[in-house]
Design a protein around this ligand. Sequence first.
Ligand SMILES: [Zn+2]
Length: 77
Amino acid sequence: MSSETVETILIGDVIRTRKPHPCGGDQWTVLRTGADIRIRCNTCGRLVMLDRESFLRRRKALVSRAASPESPSAGSR
Ligand SMILES: [Zn+2]
């Protein structure tokens, strides 16, 4: 019951999966979030689409949190 796992997924997050990609890489960059999560293998550039649940299950660790200088939440005028 550790609440270490951050369920927040941000575009630009770099995550590590439990199983490495066949190319040998195990780090992925989040390209898109929502109902489906699109990630790209940092090693070979392959794009993979996962639903949120599968993504969270595969994710082993957050390598680096996306630094979002501008969040598109109620900022336009
Ligand atoms: Zn790969």
